[in-house]
Design a protein around this ligand. Structure first.
Ligand code: FE
Length: 202
């Protein structure tokens, strides 16, 4: 992989290939244009806010958190989210362990709960560096961790996706579930950020 492969020429090739395959599937009656549009719209409508709701529930309900860590598929289904055929693993940050997710091979990502991955997640730089020097990469995201915290990097695959359960920020004892969900960013679900209480931190 190099930058040239990400250039307009390569994108043009894949767009033409996509159009050709789409046309063939429609011509053969396997898919309809409406069906394709519906699927694309459904995919675009998914965002990390789903993952944030799951995290907020785990923060307020210890029994739910235990179920989420034990059997993520069933636990997220309790909140109305389906992860489809993929195997989802939820990894919990603790005061001494911080988790971060990557797909070193390509861009595997729990889209059902987090939506479309950000551009940097798919970049070669992130995929190669976060496994070698996670602390430095996290610092570049503004996530500076004390040296006493152990950083664990989890490599996703086509059928195994990870979501981080971040630490509940201090100073949030009075907040309800919906307000807590607002504190959960996409970055902290991937592990390149920390959930923060707006009154105690920027
Ligand atoms: Fe991948």
């Amino acid at each position: 992989m190099n930058k040239a492969e990400d250039s307009e020429g390569s994108a043009g090739y894949y767009r033409r290939m996509q159009s050709a395959v789409e046309e063939l599937l429609v011509l053969r009656g396997i898919l309809t244009p409406e069906g394709i549009e519906e699927q694309v719209a459904a995919m675009d409508s998914r965002t990390y806010k789903s993952g944030a709701k799951v995290v907020a529930r785990a923060w307020v309900d210890a029994a739910y958190k235990a179920r989420l860590l034990d059997d993520p598929r069933t636990a997220v289904a309790e909140l109305g989210f389906s992860v489809g055929p993929m195997h989802l693993i939820v990894i919990e940050n603790t005061p001494t362990v911080h988790n971060v997710v990557v797909c070193t091979l390509c861009s595997c990502y729990p889209r059902m709960l987090l939506g479309v991955p950000p551009h940097w997640y798919k970049s070669r730089e992130y995929r190669s560096r976060v496994v070698r020097e996670p602390r430095a990469v996290l610092a570049e995201f503004g996530c500076e961790l004390p040296t006493g915290i152990d950083i664990r990097v989890h490599d996703s695959t086509a059928d195994m996706r990870y979501m981080v359960l971040p630490l509940r920020p201090a100073g949030t004892a009075g907040l309800g579930e919906a307000a807590l969900a607002e504190l959960v960013t996409r970055d902290c679900l991937v592990g390149v950020g920390l959930a923060a209480c707006p009154t105690s931190s920027g």
